[in-house]
Design a protein around this ligand. Structure first.
Ligand SMILES: [Fe+2]
Length: 266
């Protein structure tokens, strides 16, 4: 099983391959439509353990994920042998209409049933645990009959899957929707947490954006610390999609997370 502090692999890191491999315990391979992972990340593969982060299955859609995408992911899973495959608990597709964003599901029994069916099917086909990630969302559905935390907990238990807690997303959602982030964390099934996501975010005119920049905020670090202290989570991944050229700054975020991780795990 993958353990320690890793980073979400981006093609821009190729020129810093040795430094990346020296500084992290594992890599998270981002897996979207048509990604040629052997071409894009070939320099890294086989040299360090990895997990797969899928982005386009839309596990909350009524229709199951497209067969070709699931088959492609299965091929990569067999080839890379990741400890688990993560995907977002959201939907982004309805029949032929697809958007490049993650929409929160309505927190209802019907959505639980649909998501559980898709997750269970995926998990048994891939042959590895699926870890569900909590997404940021700017609105909530009026039909909701559960809180976000209850919804995630119910699905993870019914589908018997893992969780990827994104503590930056938690911070943003708790501020936008006015809930207590520690109450959310207390509600999570602690033995199902496989991985953390952590990243810097931005605030513009009072609005928080999940920008995946450098510089992890203190409150977000405190949530990560809580997760390491109270759950089974053994793996922390830093996500960086902006300011990606500030490589030394990424290394300092990695060191910050390692310090936190070592406090509870080594
Ligand atoms: Fe994330």
């Amino acid at each position: 099983m993958v353990k320690g502090v890793g980073v979400g692999l981006r093609s821009q890191f190729s020129h810093e391959r040795d430094k990346i491999i020296q500084n992290v315990d594992f890599l998270e391979i981002n897996f979207g439509s048509g990604v040629d992972y052997k071409e894009e990340f070939g320099d890294f593969l086989g040299k360090i353990p990895c997990v797969i982060h899928s982005v386009n299955l839309s596990l909350g859609s009524v229709e199951p994920p497209p067969r070709n995408r699931v088959d492609f992911l299965k091929g990569a899973t067999d080839f890379l042998r990741p400890s688990w495959v993560s995907e977002h608990l959201s939907f982004s597709r309805n029949n032929d209409i697809e958007i490049n964003n993650f929409i929160a599901l309505p927190y209802t029994d019907e959505a639980i049933e649909i998501a559980c069916r898709n997750i269970s099917d995926l998990q048994s086909y891939l042959g590895v645990k699926v870890a569900l990630e909590n997404v940021t969302h700017s609105f909530t559905w009026s039909e909701n009959t559960y809180t976000e935390a209850e919804f995630i907990k119910n699905i993870s238990e019914k589908a018997n899957c893992g969780l990827l807690l994104d503590v930056t997303n938690l911070h943003i959602n708790s501020r936008v929707h006015g809930y207590d982030p520690y109450e959310f964390l207390e509600n999570m099934p602690k033995d199902r947490v496989l991985q953390l996501h952590i990243a810097g975010h931005s605030e513009m005119e009072g609005v928080l954006y999940d920008t995946h920049v450098g510089g992890i905020h203190q409150e977000v670090l405190q949530y990560a610390e809580w997760v390491l202290q109270h759950t089974s989570c053994d793996a922390v991944v830093i996500e960086r999609d902006n300011e990606i050229n500030l490589f030394d700054d990424l290394i300092s975020d990695i060191n910050l997370c390692k310090e936190l991780y070592n406090k509870y795990r080594r």
